[in-house]
Design a protein around this ligand. Structure first.
Ligand SMILES: [Zn+2]
Length: 185
């Protein structure tokens, strides 16, 4: 297993979809970008309104599902960070992203509630980033049994920022598709 550290993060290519760069970032930047990403996501959800529950293409989630996923990712990474602060190289629980949706756990999600839940998740996440004991950023964990990649707490912070920015781009793309569909009616 190879650890994603600041030394190796530089060679990971930027995300082809959202342009996210895996360069190491300091904790204050993590919090700023999580806060900004979630605030923008909330704006997209508000603009989409009832259309947030529509899949614009069969192979895409709805904006609500992307929002529910982002909420759960933030909560899940927060638990991994706390676990890795206490145990040496623990293995995080997989989020089982598709199963959550397919089994209907998001079926009662509404725009109003997911906005609240996203905001609370971001607050909790950022509180964990700021209260993490000094020098814990390099503590290590296995991301999950499904993604058996050895990572540092610091790289899970970057991953959380990526999830926010990447799924913001998914939600914005959905909104653009829904607007285009409206225009063509
Ligand atoms: Zn991305």
């Amino acid at each position: 297993m190879s650890f994603v550290t600041p030394a190796t993060a530089n060679v990971v290519p930027a995300c082809a979809q959202c342009g996210f760069s895996w360069d190491p970032m300091i904790r204050s930047e993590v919090c700023e970008r999580i806060g900004a990403g979630v605030a923008s996501f909330v704006e997209v959800m508000k603009e989409a309104g009832a259309r947030a529950a529509v899949r614009p293409r069969p192979d895409r989630w709805t904006i609500l599902e992307y929002g529910g996923h982002l909420r759960d990712v933030l909560l899940s990474i927060r638990e991994r960070v706390i676990l890795a602060s206490i145990l040496d190289v623990p293995t995080g629980m997989p989020i089982y992203r598709d199963e959550r949706v397919d089994l209907g756990f998001y079926a009662e999600d509404t725009v109003k509630e997911v906005i609240k839940e996203l905001e609370v998740s971001a607050l909790l996440f950022n509180k964990t980033v700021t209260t993490l004991p000094a020098h814990f950023d390099t503590r290590e964990l296995v991301y999950s049994s499904r993604t058996p990649l050895a990572v540092t707490i610091s790289s899970t912070f970057s991953n959380a920022v990526h999830e926010c920015e990447h799924h913001l781009s998914d939600a914005s793309d959905n909104l653009a598709m829904l607007n285009a569909d409206n225009d063509s009616v």
